[in-house]
Design a protein. Structure first.
Length: 70
């Protein structure tokens, strides 16, 4: 299984209290995680494209997105 993990700062809403880079780095070491990244606004067009491109590039079976719910 190949999982992608995408951690969003949500500007400062999440990033103010969570070390998003550290979460992404820790998730990268979990067996089965093929890619783990953090991005300031995962809901933006560039953030969505980051997920889409990672799914294609790494042939991911599933994704986990840690973000707010706009």
């Amino acid at each position: 299984m190949k999982i992608g993990v995408f951690i969003c700062y949500c500007g400062e809403n999440i990033g103010r209290t969570v070390d998003c880079a550290a979460v992404a780095q820790t998730c990268a070491s979990i067996p089965g995680v093929a890619v783990s990244v953090d991005y300031k606004y995962m809901c933006s067009d560039p953030g969505q494209n980051l997920i889409i491109n990672a799914i294609r590039e790494h042939r991911l079976d599933g994704v986990v997105v840690g973000s707010c719910s706009p």
